[in-house]
Design a protein around this ligand. Sequence first.
Ligand code: PMV
Length: 361
Amino acid sequence: MMEYSEFSSSILSELPKEGHITCTSPSNIALVKYWGKRPVQLPENASISFTLESCKTTTRLTYKKKEDTKNDFDFELFFEGKPKPEFKPKILAFFERIEEYLPFLKQYTFTIETSNTFPHSSGIASSASGMSALAYCLMLLEKEINPTITDSQLLKKASFLARLGSGSACRSIEGPITVWGEHNDILGSNDSFAVKFPYTVHPNFEAYQDTILLIDKGEKQVSSTVGHDLMHGHPFAAKRFEQASRNISTLKDTISSGDLDTFIEIVESEALTLHAMMMTSMPYFILMKPNTLSVIQKIWEYRKQTGSKVCFTLDAGANVHVLYPNSEKEQVLDFITKELVAYCQNGQYICDKIGFGAKIV
Ligand code: PMV
């Protein structure tokens, strides 16, 4: 059954025989976290994120119309130039899920060539950038098939499709700030795709910096699928979803007013709450490493000593995202290189900042 008729597809022109499309799409970092979902890929609470700029996936989609259409998906997958059969089941499941919205999928043989700007085993989730890049490429193909699609419809449906690949991926199509999940205070927000933050963004957040400290590049202990599942029957789930909703309301005002102290309070609390949910689930997990905690302590000390507005957030792993206003770029980078890099695995970190979403190359 079609979930949303607004995203049905009409084939208005003859299907193009062959061609290729290349696009990039970035990762994003949630300020209010999405943790807990219900079928199909719908969030238990609204989330809000900064779209990133440098951490991104480039995807080239080559398509060739099949001579005789067998009723099957047909695609090859290359990651950083090499065939990646182990990624194929995830893409196949994605194609199966989105076929009702892109009925031309089985008419083509696809070659998907993809690469990331960040190291594969860095612990930086590649599903957000990877799934949003593929969804965006597919929408550019749909636009060739149906040129009446407007730019805003294209972005909306790309986010909708990306969500069906990996929830948080829907927040990567646009930037600099996006909201996913229905929330009374955010106009147009809904569970099926992300929307661009529809209010004024204070200049304090322009070119906001995110330096990602690679604390532990090991394979993730808990996949996000397992993680989201842990929220079913979690003793604190209902309260957590209420708290996230209140935090969205507060952050909405903060983003418009530029109040960085409140911003810090919400963002750090959200990061620790995400990890608290994992520590208090059954089974329970600790995804932070000793160096994660050392970095957090150092950031708190530095803030106390200097009055800086630097803060941290975390993903479902040990790495630390260090967030700070562009006006503090030099001082904070100096602090990072002198005091924090020592806690990074092989001294590795990535300098990123707020960005603007998927792009055609
Ligand atoms: O999109 P998923 O299913 O990989 O979940 C992502 C969850 C977090 O990154 C931990 C939080 C978020 O909102 O991005």
